[in-house]
Every structure is written in structure tokens, then in C-alpha cells.
Design a protein. Structure first.
Length: 260
């Protein structure tokens, strides 16, 4: 019965290929070898020997695996897709200096242009009006008017006005008049509201307070119902004033005169 002998040889060759540097014959004793050509084979005995051979091969493979060093690759932290950059804080030096010195910031209003807009007598506008040039109002405006040039009114304005210079002639204005220059209220004009200017000439009717840093001239035809606060006041014969006049902006220290 050469079946087990052939099987053993084939098995030994396969194990030699799996285990380099050695063979199955080196790991077995001579007593384990059985001559199956001249005698009957005990099947149970041969199977037990095969089990022992398999156990030896398994133990040798385990010893070789335990001696091997497994290199573990270095795991780097994942890089973010979007890199966050620090936000650079920019300070407005002009604003900080202004705050530290307690000085008002400069007015960034644009300079007056040479444009002249005319609201004709047959025109009526509802809403605010603004221009970098001068405006002549002959019609009617229901809203606030702002211009960086001269504002000339011969019509009607129902709203506040702001300009570089103001002139009203036979006009009707219901609202405050604010100008950086001279305010002239001509004959036949009616202003219901306060007037703020650097100088003023009043020849019409004003119902409101007049606050002027410079001189005020109240002409003969003028009617003023309100207080006048200015540096100096000239009241011509025939003018009517119902209110107080104060030269609060005068250069003379009135209190020191009486303390002498």
C-alpha cells in the first residue's frame, strides 16, 4: 500500500515550499519514517503520525511569525481643506485721533457745483430734493430741500431747507431755514419756522426764532414774531418785533461792565 507513502512525500514537498530554509525531513525523527513497501500499513498509526507532523509544521510557522517585526505606518493628522487665516484688525487712525483730541470730524460734504436747477411756476414736486448746485424754486415743493449752492425761493416750500445761501422773494415757506451763509427774507415773503444763518436781512414776515452768529438787520417792512439771538441787531424805523433780542454772540462782556 504505497498510497500513504506517496501522500507523505507530496505533503513534505508542499511544506518545503511554504517554509524556506528547511524541510519536513529536518523536523522529523527517523523513528517517524515508516517503510510501507515491505509490510502492511497500520492506518490508525499513520494518521496519528500525520497529525504530529502537522502540529510540528504549525508550531514552526507560529514561531517564525512571532519573530517578525511589523512596521506600523505613521498616521498624520488630516489637513483641513480650508485654512483659516487670522483676521487683521484695521483701525481708522483719523477717527481715533479725532476721538482722542475731542475735535469734530471734518464735514465731507461735496463742493458746490455750477449747476442751476429751476423748478418752474407750473411744476409741483412731492418728496425731498437734493442738488450739489443751486436751485431756484418758482413752483411748489412738498418736502425737504438740500443744496450746496444758493437756494432762491419765489414759490412755496413745505419742508425744511438747507443751503449755502438762502434768498426768499415773495415766497411762502413753512419749515426751518438753515444756511451756512446769509439768509435774506425779502418783502412779501412769509416764513413760518426758525432761521439759522451766519448773517440775516429781514424785510418780510417771520414767525419763529432767529439764530445768527453775525449781524441781523430788521428792515422797515419786517414783522418778526420770535426771539432774535445774534452778535448785533439793527432795527430800522417801522419794523415790528414781538420777542426778545439778545446779543449773545457779541464780543463785549456785558457783566464786566456793571462790575466796575
Amino acid at each position: 500500500m504505497g498510497f500513504f507513502k506517496d501522500f507523505k512525500e507530496d505533503f513534505a514537498d508542499a511544506v518545503d515550499e511554504m517554509i524556506p530554509g528547511g524541510s519536513v525531513e529536518e523536523t522529523t525523527d527517523a523513528s517517524d519514517m515508516v517503510n510501507t513497501l515491505d509490510q502492511d500499513v497500520d492506518v490508525d498509526s499513520e494518521l496519528s503520525k500525520l497529525d504530529g507532523l502537522l502540529q510540528q509544521v504549525t508550531d514552526k510557522i507560529d514561531r517564525e511569525d512571532s519573530n517578525k517585526t511589523v512596521a506600523v505606518p505613521e498616521i498624520k493628522p488630516a489637513q483641513p481643506i480650508f485654512e483659516e487665516k487670522p483676521v487683521k484688525k484695521v483701525e481708522d487712525k483719523r477717527t481715533m485721533d479725532t476721538m482722542n483730541t475731542n475735535e469734530p470730524m471734518q464735514n465731507n460734504a461735496p463742493q458746490a457745483s455750477d449747476e442751476n436747477a429751476v423748478i418752474t411756476a407750473g411744476m409741483s414736486i412731492t418728496g425731498d430734493l437734493e442738488s450739489t448746485g443751486s436751485i431756484a424754486v418758482e413752483g411748489r415743493i412738498n418736502g425737504n430741500v438740500t443744496c450746496y449752492g444758493k437756494l432762491t425761493v419765489t414759490g412755496t416750500i413745505n419742508g425744511n431747507s438747507s443751503s449755502a445761501e438762502f434768498f426768499a422773494d415773495s415766497a411762502k415757506i413753512e419749515g426751518e431755514v438753515n444756511t451756512n451763509g446769509t439768509a435774506k427774507i425779502g418783502v412779501g415773503s412769509v416764513v413760518i419756522g426758525n432761521i439759522t444763518a451766519t448773517s440775516a436781512v429781514i424785510a418780510g414776515a417771520v414767525k419763529g426764532d432767529i439764530d445768527v452768529q453775525g449781524p441781523v438787520v430788521v428792515d422797515t417792512s419786517a414783522v418778526v414774531m420770535g426771539n432774535i439771538k445774534s452778535r448785533s441787531v439793527q432795527i430800522n424805523n417801522g419794523a415790528v418785533i414781538e420777542g426778545f433780542c439778545s446779543q449773545a454772540y457779541a464780543e463785549v462782556d456785558v457783566a464786566s461792565v456793571f462790575n466796575k
